[in-house]
Design a protein around this ligand. Structure first.
Ligand code: PAF
Length: 281
């Protein structure tokens, strides 16, 4: 497995490649969820490139950029075991040579980028879209693989790829869960024993919400049922940022034109913020 620490070296290698490339973008602290993306990427292209870069532009001033888990040795070992062909782990100056404030930015449309996660984390999707356009340009993958746990992020990526005519296929891979239902996330590493015991309630309450609303079409009745679940989150001592049912294609409120509905949640256990989602059958 090759490891590149700057863009020029990576691009020199890339120029010699004749085969198709799949990219798995990550911020490291790799877990089974990331490795499932690698497995999918191997099915979709001849070679797999995984990048590791904790992107400061997508963190708010009060968020966890400084403490975000960084485990480079374990990550490299996991990549080797998973059969990744090349790991790209650039320095900050390689990605933001003029600093992140002075960098040209990619601004996702407000209808998608300023709702839900974007409402609670202003600037988050600008940071994500900007860094991804940079990596897409450096790596020039044929296909890029994301997890559906960050469902809104996946739609933002599909949208800027479409809007900016980027020549890459975006693939969304299923959520990987712990046996008790907790969606895998690098931030799960922050949970202490009690918090870890509480965290699977998020998925359980999503399932309960889904079974309550799956046969309902009346918005007032749906909202009433969601209010019951919102209260259950609070009773279980989560700080609920949102629990919403949306159109899975647009993330707009559901309407008669909605084909597929999705439940999306963001909830905090003390200072640890977790997100999850569930397609409503
Ligand atoms: O989902 C993530 O880990 C990050 O948002 C991403 C896509 C690697 C961009 O920094």
């Amino acid at each position: 497995m090759l490891v590149f620490k700057n863009a020029q070296d990576f691009q020199r290698w890339h120029k010699e490649q004749k085969e198709s490339l799949a990219l798995v973008p990550t911020m490291g602290a790799l877990h089974e969820g990331h490795l499932s993306l690698v497995r999918k990427a191997k099915e979709l292209a001849d070679k797999v490139v995984l990048y590791i870069f904790v992107n400061p532009m997508q963190f708010g001033p009060k968020e966890d950029f400084g403490t975000y888990p960084r485990t480079p040795e374990a990550d490299l070992e996991a990549c080797k075991q998973a059969g990744v062909n090349a790991v790209f782990m650039p320095e900050m100056a390689d990605i933001y040579p003029e600093g992140k404030e002075n960098c040209t930015k990619v601004l996702p449309p407000a209808e998608l980028g300023d709702i839900l996660e974007g409402h609670f984390r202003p600037g988050f999707f600008t940071g994500v879209a900007t860094v991804l356009v940079k990596f897409f340009n450096i790596v020039q993958p044929n296909v890029v693989v994301f997890g559906q746990k960050d469902y809104q992020q996946l739609l933002v990526v599909k949208r800027f790829v479409h809007d900016l005519n980027l020549p890459v296929t975006v693939y969304g891979a299923s959520i990987v869960r712990e046996p008790d239902g907790l969606a895998m996330s690098s931030r799960n590493a922050y949970l202490n024993k009690d918090q870890r015991a509480l965290a699977p309630r998020i998925h359980a309450l999503l399932q309960e919400a889904s079974s309550k609303i799956k046969d309902q079409n009346d918005n007032t009745a749906i909202e009433k049922n969601l209010d019951i679940i919102r209260q259950k989150f609070k009773d279980a001592s989560f700080e609920l940022h949102y629990l919403e049912v949306r159109d899975a294609d647009t993330l707009q409120p559901i309407s008669n034109n909605t084909k597929t509905r999705i439940l999306l949640v963001a909830a905090k256990i003390e200072n640890i913020r977790l997100i999850d989602n569930l397609l409503v059958n």
